[in-house]
Design a protein around this ligand. Structure first.
Ligand SMILES: [Zn+2]
Length: 146
């Protein structure tokens, strides 16, 4: 069973609350019981983490959706002709979802120490993603402008 603090919104397992019958986050002694999450994504929910952070973690995974486009584009790297030099670059580029998942795990580890640090780590994948999205939109803009 999960609990929710009625003061600060902290959500967590009942055991954490039972420890000293106080919210581990703000110290108030009133909590509300939460129904256990159900549904196909129940295993991926993290009710003990604040919602802004879980939303952030989900957004940081979105660049993975562009993987087919990146994999297809990486073929054109071989146009340079130097296969021995291009191959490691293409493999490193096509493995980018692994870096995102690695950063996500690192962020979850860092969260216990510092929420700000965890947020910074989780947002690292969004920096190149935002840059490529910007460049992509710019190309299309000039394409239609002529
Ligand atoms: Zn609280």
């Amino acid at each position: 069973m999960n609990t929710k603090c009625i003061n600060c919104g902290w959500r967590g397992p009942m055991e954490d609350w039972m420890l000293n019958k106080r919210c581990p986050n703000c110290g108030i002694d009133e909590v509300q019981e939460l129904k256990l999450s159900k549904g196909p994504f129940a295993a991926f929910r993290r009710p003990h983490l604040p919602r802004w952070y879980t939303a952030f973690l989900t957004i940081s995974l979105l660049p993975i959706l562009a993987w087919p486009l990146v994999a297809l584009s990486s073929i054109f790297l071989f146009d340079s002709g130097n296969v021995a030099k291009t191959m490691p670059i293409a493999i490193a580029l096509d493995c980018y979802p692994l870096y995102i998942i690695g950063l996500r795990k690192l962020s979850l580890l860092a969260f216990k120490k510092s929420q700000a640090l965890a947020a910074v780590i989780a947002s690292i994948p969004l920096v190149p993603a935002a840059f490529f999205l910007w460049e992509f939109c710019r190309e299309w803009f000039y394409f239609f402008k002529g």
